[in-house]
Ligand binder design. Structure first.
Ligand code: ADP
Ligand code: MG
Length: 252
């Protein structure tokens, strides 16, 4: 295994408050790494530092060995760092297939993504991706009319349109029913494995975390408390005490 993404010593303060305080991370090819920790631990801020949404005060980020610190999201997307959004970033009035065609068009560096003639050449590729995420049957439906779980799959297809090496998913299953969450994360695991994509995700549902992560990194007040295999993290008394408590779902 080789490191696809590496973060070293990331720091970010908001005023006097250090939201992220010296975070190191390594993400390897094909692996699912879950980041957990209580609300306010700094998970989303970490993601934003990695994907270029925010510039770190200190620290460096490497993608496939090359430093990418502080580069804007669209440049990172072209280098293989994709993300999904908590609220799927689709055009509601366009069909599912049209949304994916537009994403493929942008990924190919063609700006006129909303122009039908420009994007239609990506139809076959879009349908392949929709097949991959299990919603090919919905290809012609307007995105705005989709059920929430299906919209999450479209969002995943939009991220995959960038042929990412690394995929960041901040709370990918938020708002989904428990059964749907497991299905979506099964699919993500399969895609990560088959495409040798590294996935970093945050998640509140501990069944999803322990069922799908190969490793788990626990964040506590902006710092990495521990990182390890699910069993190791589950058995760590500090983790149990601070994050998991008697009821895994409620305290994380
Ligand atoms: P998590 O995702 O683990 O819940 P966040 O990274 O969203 O945590 O937030 C970490 C801390 O940083 C929180 O206390 C939050 O209020 C604060 N924070 C996050 N973003 C900002 C911001 N843009 N301005 C000020 N404070 C922020
Ligand atoms: Mg968050």
């Amino acid at each position: 295994m080789s490191a696809l993404l590496e973060a070293r010593g990331l720091v970010k303060s908001f005023g006097p408050f250090r939201a992220v305080d010296g975070v190191d991370l390594v993400l390897e090819s094909g692996e699912m790494l879950a980041m957990i920790g209580p609300n306010g631990a700094g998970k989303s801020t970490c993601f934003n530092l990695i994907n270029g949404q925010l510039a770190p005060d200190a620290g460096t980020v490497f993608l496939t060995g090359r430093e990418i610190t502080g580069q804007p999201p669209h440049r990172l997307a072209r280098q293989g760092l994709a993300r999904t959004f908590q609220v799927a970033a689709t055009f509601g009035s366009m069909s599912v297939a049209e949304n994916v065609e537009a994403a493929l068009c942008v990924a190919a560096g063609r700006g006129a993504s909303l122009w039908p003639g420009g994007r239609r050449r990506y139809r076959a590729q879009a349908l392949d991706l929709l097949e991959r995420v299990g919603i090919a049957a919905q290809a012609e439906r307007q995105c705005g009319l989709l059920a929430y779980g299906d919209l999450k799959r479209v969002d995943l297809a939009l991220a995959l349109a960038q042929t990412p090496k690394v995929l960041l998913m901040d709370e990918p299953t938020a708002g989904m029913a428990p059964g749907e969450r497991a299905q979506l994360m099964d699919l993500v695991s399969e895609i990560a494995r088959d495409g040798a994509i590294a996935v970093l995700f945050t998640e509140h549902d501990m069944d999803v975390v322990f069922g799908h992560a190969r490793r788990i990194v626990v964040l506590d007040r902006g710092q990495v408390l521990t990182v390890g295999a699910p069993d190791q993290v589950r058995d760590d008394p500090r983790v149990r005490e601070i994050y998991l408590g008697p009821d895994l779902e409620e305290s994380c």
